[in-house]
Design a protein around this ligand. Structure first.
Ligand code: KG4
Ligand code: ZN
Length: 392
């Protein structure tokens, strides 16, 4: 099955085309036919976070060029291709005129690609950004007469981490299979918008065990980075300074809180941690070494809480596999702490290479493929962006 993936939930515009076969299990395998991604992070840096309308505009500008980077790899045919009804397309892309202007020549030039399903993120994320990808999927679905599968972005992160990969940095040539593991699986989802522990007994079934009561882990990294005068996204910046501090044996002479560490539940809270950093920073002239110490202590605090609660949940729910997904799972310190602690209790850790931990279209195509097997198609007439879409 050939699967087109489209991701526009935040500040990455991504399109990919994969070929996949088999069921959710050892028979499954996939390979990349085309992959294209543009990050807008640099554009949003001046706002210290993602500015929704700018994200929307950029997605509208970038989707067609990215799709055409994936398309030449496809055998094209005019079978089943109807000349685009411009009026219908205009209605679908009413709010994305720039996208429409680029799409019409592309559609006229290419025939109908040999694609079986169009998978697109419909939430959670920024609604103006999500709509661009959804409307794009609807337009392609109409012209090419290909069904749509709507994918939960967080499920995409989970599925991506369940995969084992080869040639991960190849846009064409990357391939993979599912790792060998057993359900129930505990998923730790840590991204810019989410911090959740989710229990899964089978593919597609999720139960929320715990979540953040305020800021998400990634949000805390981004806010603390801003307090320290670092760039956006803050996670990689903090992580870099923290690694330097560890390397130079720089230890803080202060301690940041470990919020909710000893509470008897699986919830998190990160806003107090950010406030504690604010108090350290406020009115003080920070030297580079001060910033490194804060970064290290902050990263330690986040890692400690995430690891402790995950371990407790593993034991409480009898899960022997932990899947970590979302942008924060790119963090080396959190990964290595989790790996070390899970090993002590004999639980398996599944996490994808850092390059695949942040947003991409591959994870959407992979999750969408399994939903296609279940014939879980979306009705284009009612498909909507759902900013606060829940996994469980
Ligand atoms: O999953 P993602 O790419 O987008 C969302 O769905 O939110 O996650 C983005 C978040 C940002 O907050 C970013 O600072 C964080 O992931 N992040 C990291 C690292 N790389 C990205 N946080 C900590 N350490 C990293 N190395
Ligand atoms: Zn994400």
């Amino acid at each position: 099955m050939k699967v087109l993936g489209i991701e526009t939930s935040c500040d990455e515009t991504a399109v990919c085309l994969i070929e996949a076969e088999g069921d959710f299990g050892p028979t499954f395998s996939w390979k990349m036919l085309g992959n294209a991604l543009l990050s807008q992070a640099k554009l949003h840096e001046q706002y210290g976070g993602v500015f929704p309308n700018l994200a929307k505009r950029e997605h509208a500008k970038n989707l067609v060029p990215l799709l055409s980077q994936c398309l030449p790899k496809l055998p094209l045919s005019h079978v089943g291709f109807t000349k685009p009804n411009i009026e219908n397309l205009r209605k679908i892309l009413e709010r994305e005129p720039e996208l429409l202007d680029q799409l019409i020549p592309l559609l006229e030039q290419h025939g109908r690609p040999d694609v079986d399903v169009i998978t697109v993120t419909y939430g959670p994320g920024l609604e103006p950004a999500l709509w661009v990808g959804i409307n794009f999927a609807k337009a392609l679905s109409l012209v090419w007469n290909i069904p749509i599968v709507a994918v939960n972005h967080m499920e995409g992160h989970v599925i991506m981490s369940m995969m084992g990969h080869s040639n991960i940095l190849e846009n064409v040539g990357m391939s993979g299979k599912l790792n060998v593991f057993e359900f129930p699986v505990l998923a730790l989802l840590i991204s810019g918008g989410h911090t959740e522990l989710v229990l899964s007994k089978t593919f597609g079934e999720y139960r929320l065990i715990g979540q953040t009561r305020d800021d998400a882990a990634g949000e805390a990294f981004d806010k603390v980075a801003r307090l320290l005068g670092l760039g956006y996204p803050g996670g990689p910046e903090i992580s870099r300074l923290a690694a330097e501090a560890r390397n130079d044996n720089l230890v803080a002479d202060f301690k940041l809180p470990r919020p909710m560490l000893s509470d008897d539940n699986f919830d998190f809270s990160f806003s107090g941690l950010k406030t504690a950093v604010l108090r350290l920073v406020d009115g003080n002239q920070l030297l580079e070494d001060d910033k490194r110490k804060i970064a290290r202590e902050f990263e330690d605090a986040v890692a400690e809480v995430l690891v402790a609660k995950t371990l407790r949940a593993v034991e409480a729910y009898g899960a022997n596999t932990v899947v970590v997904g979302g942008g924060v799972s790119a963090n080396k310190h959190i990964r290595s702490e989790l790996a070390a602690k899970l090993e002590t209790i004999g639980a398996k850790l599944l996490v994808c290479p850092p390059e695949l931990s942040t947003d991409n279209a591959i994870m959407i195509a992979l999750a969408g493929y399994f939903h296609t097997l279940n014939k879980d198609f979306a009705d284009p007439a009612t498909l909507r962006a759902t900013g606060n879409l829940k996994l469980a």
